[in-house]
Design a protein around this ligand. Structure first.
Ligand code: ZN
Length: 267
């Protein structure tokens, strides 16, 4: 199932999505979509009166409100190499603050403090059930509610200068997310992630090239911290990262997850 979170008449609504002739439509309203224990979202009583609307015409919100955003650095071999880094022996974790979330279609603001703001297209997994001390041998589907697209926007110069990544990864608008959640998807089977800037292909990678698979990442993360329903796991970016400039349009896509499109402007 695909669903989004959007705003209409001042209130946030969840909408079930169907693909019709290559276009995404919101066809029904949902209530309590992020159900615990992997239960599917339930239909809203108002569904009967809802007129289908094009996803592209809606005022979308980031599709989930996480308590934390856990990210993995250098999880594709070719990206680790392009920045001159060693391929890590263990997952390299960092956080982005929930305040960095940006809606699909929103404007990425380049902070005055940075001279180089990079895009990083990524697959994001959404936790569906409280998780602690998972094992890589477990069936992790029970713990993953679904998937969406993210852009791990990074102030590359500040990442180097600060020696740790909190500021470089944490500016407001630095975590575009969406446009919708797909609850049935299989990253282990190989999903092709692409990032385009102004229509030009800049990143092309497959999730089969993860250095650390989702079960390994979840085992590693939950050996340290409890993951809550709605928490996000950003799974890393393939090679091809590069700087953004004012006026750019950046688009992250994976077949089945639509396109996450954002524009770039100075602060
Ligand atoms: Zn990243």
């Amino acid at each position: 199932m695909k669903y989004c979170w959007f705003e209409a008449g001042g209130s946030p609504l969840y909408g079930e999505i169907e693909e019709r002739n290559g276009e995404f439509w919101v066809v029904a309203l949902l209530s309590s979509p992020l159900a615990l224990h992997g239960q599917p979202p339930t239909k809203n009583d108002e569904t009967g009166t809802f007129e289908p609307r094009r996803l592209s015409e809606l005022s979308l919100l980031p599709p989930v409100a996480p308590s934390k955003i856990v990210c993995v650095g250098r999880n594709y071999r070719d990206h680790a190499k392009e920045l001159g880094n060693e391929v890590p022996a263990e997952p390299l974790l960092f956080f982005k603050p929930p305040s960095s979330l940006l809606a699909p279609g929103g404007i990425i603001r380049m902070p005055a403090a940075s001279q180089r703001v990079d895009f990083e297209g990524e697959l994001a997994a959404i936790i569906g059930k409280r998780a602690r001390h998972l094992s890589r041998d477990q069936d992790i589907r029970e713990y993953i509610h679904g998937y969406t697209l993210a852009n791990d926007v990074t102030a590359r110069d500040l990442q180097k200068k600060d020696g740790q990544w909190t500021r470089a990864k944490g500016f407001d608008t630095f975590c575009p997310l969406g446009p919708f959640i797909e609850t049935v998807l299989y990253p282990a089977a190989g999903l092709i992630l692409e990032t385009r800037v102004n229509g030009e292909l800049r990143q092309h990678g497959s999730t089969t090239d993860f250095l650390f698979t989702l079960p390994i990442l979840l085992e590693y993360i939950t050996s340290a911290m409890t993951l809550e329903p709605g928490d996000l796991l950003l799974t890393g970016t393939p090679a091809g990262v590069g700087p953004l400039a004012a006026g750019d349009i950046v688009e992250v896509s994976i077949p089945g997850l639509g396109k996450l499109t954002n524009t770039v402007q100075p602060e």
